[in-house]
Design a protein around this ligand. Structure first.
Ligand SMILES: CC(C)(COP(=O)(O)OP(=O)(O)OC[C@H]1O[C@@H](n2cnc3c(N)ncnc32)[C@H](O)[C@@H]1OP(=O)(O)O)[C@@H](O)C(=O)NCCC(=O)NCCS
Length: 190
């Protein structure tokens, strides 16, 4: 939780409060179809980074499961809605992101990277790159034709990380201030 708050400071998810963050992380840790990997620099030390994702076809269901903590977060932090990016993201979640996005890849054969975060004090040392490589290694290339992620256009560090590790930007997501990136599973290191 503290790492998530530090890594995603200023994001909509953190803005929704502790209850939402707890529900989000618990879901990805517990869900069999999802991936949740952590980076632990020393054997008994604290986690300094993590990455999580899910089959693209599950994201609508996950948004629905998180609807109550999302609504409570919005109700208790209403000033979030004054931010245009948050408003656009909330609206997309209500409509169901990929249901209305005709540019999205096939949900049946795509695995989505939902979040990657590194403790601010551990950045710039290859933790993000290692987490991304681990993520790709855990996505079964026989089950999924592609990995996808979306990232805010102005997230310079994350975009540089993705582009330096072979993810390909395929364009903007309609109705959002985000770009979509794709990667072929099993192509790690190429
Ligand atoms: C994006 C993030 C995960 C990168 O983690 P990191 O451990 O610092 O990244 P790495 O040290 O592995 O860097 C790998 C490459 O990413 C790029 N990169 C990382 N940080 C960068 C920065 N601040 N500016 C420009 N490029 C950067 C570089 O190409 C770097 O390769 P290099 O070191 O050979 O130049 C981290 O900045 C973070 O947690 N950001 C906040 C959360 C977030 O925005 N997540 C993405 C959306 S879900």
């Amino acid at each position: 939780m503290p790492l998530h708050r530090a890594a995603f400071r200023g994001s909509m998810g953190v803005g929704l409060g502790a209850r939402y963050t707890r529900a989000l992380l618990r879901h990805y840790v517990a869900c069999d179809a999802c991936l949740f990997l952590v980076s632990v620099p020393h054997r008994s030390g604290p986690v300094d980074g993590y990455v999580f994702g899910a089959p693209l076809r599950h994201l609508g269901e996950i948004d629905r499961r998180l609807a109550v903590p999302s609504a409570v977060g919005m109700a208790t932090h209403p000033w979030l809605l004054a931010r245009r990016a948050v408003l656009a993201e909330a609206w997309n979640r209500v409509r169901g992101h990929h249901a209305v996005d005709t540019t999205a890849p096939d949900p049946a054969t795509t695995f989505a990277l939902v979040g990657i975060g590194v403790d601010p004090t551990a950045r710039g040392r290859g933790v993000g790159r290692a987490l991304l490589a681990g993520f790709e290694q855990h996505v079964d290339p026989d089950a999924y034709a592609a990995c996808e992620l979306t990232v805010y256009e102005d997230n310079v560090a994350a975009r540089a990380l993705y582009e330096s590790t072979g993810w390909r930007c395929v364009g903007p997501v309609p109705g959002a201030r985000t770009l979509r990136y794709l990667r072929i599973p099993g192509a790690c290191g190429q």
